[in-house]
Design a protein around this ligand. Structure first.
Ligand SMILES: [Zn+2]
Length: 101
């Protein structure tokens, strides 16, 4: 029973870890200039194109994406921390259960 629980537990964990990767976070945005004379000036960028999914964003949207990205990273760190504590608790519970057997 303990072995089955461990196998299924690992599968669930792997699925949970793989799921967020499908969603594009638009983290690699490439700037585009309509006027070649403006090229290189970040404040004159016409639009940004995501090199992962090809979606295009206005400079305002890019700023918003960066803000959301920073927020996402902060949340991810908090989740990792919560997950780490959860694992520690599980390990402690498993250790005490094994001692009883
Ligand atoms: Zn993208």
């Amino acid at each position: 029973m303990g072995i089955l629980q461990k196998i299924f537990g690992k599968e669930e964990q792997a699925a949970a870890e793989a799921a967020p990767a499908k969603e594009c976070t638009h983290s690699s945005l490439v700037p585009r200039w309509d006027d070649p004379a403006d090229m290189g000036y970040e404040d004159k960028v016409t639009a940004y194109t995501c090199s992962s999914c090809g979606e295009s964003f206005s400079p305002d949207q890019k700023t918003e994406l960066e803000r959301a990205d920073a927020e996402r990273i902060r949340e991810m760190q908090e989740q990792n921390e919560a997950h780490r504590r959860e694992l520690e608790q599980q390990e402690a519970q498993e250790a005490s259960a094994e001692n009883k057997e």
